[in-house]
Design a protein around this ligand. Sequence first.
Ligand code: ZN
Length: 249
Amino acid sequence: MKRAVVVLIVLVAVFAGLLSHQLGNIKAGSESAADTSDTGYEYYTGDDEKDEDSGVKKTKKKSPLIKVDTKEDSITVLVNREYRMSADYIPADLVVPNVRFSFYGTFEKSYVRKVTAGALEKLFAAAERDGVILKAVSGYRSYARQKEIYDRNVSSRGKSATDLVSAKPGSSEHQTGLTIDVSSEAVDCALEESFGDTSDGKWLAKNCHNYGFIIRYPKDKTKITGYSYEPWHIRYVGRSWRHIFTRRI
Ligand SMILES: [Zn+2]
């Protein structure tokens, strides 16, 4: 009997320790989206989301904790300046999608992951049915290619100046194979903000979620994403999130 009580006390103590450790991680995560912990789990609360375009104070429901996905081959992996991909990550299922490109020939940038390719083909076909001709400009970008660009900038302008304008290797979402830059002849297939004002860019923003894509760096979310508005940069996240985007749009 005495032994059973001792065992019970030990179990309760271990459980309480684990719980407080986990709560500690959640609290740490809520202070900074970039916080890292030794568990491999990181949390983002969405608390730093503020309404930028009006002075009107909105009462916002506190967002639930979201676990950050850092699994490199996961459809919802987070990649940015804080969460970089490893030098040796190359998606295993890269293919060239059967869509129009803004250039001739096949290069590294022609490729995306298989799941992205299938969704992109459906997206481009739907656009065409609505009279919108989209062109794929740049898909997969390897770590090696990112390093090449970064190193070239360092040698031409120095490290500190480079770090202000050029992303470190591994921080490009294009390395996932889930991202592709899309444009149209309306802006000579340039990757520029004005694409978002064209009817082609508007069609893309309005409809891409139906095929599992999001405009990854929207105009009013730069404080959250940490990136300037990029109406051409779409990211495949799958269709199970579709209800969220439908509601936002
Ligand atoms: Zn891009």
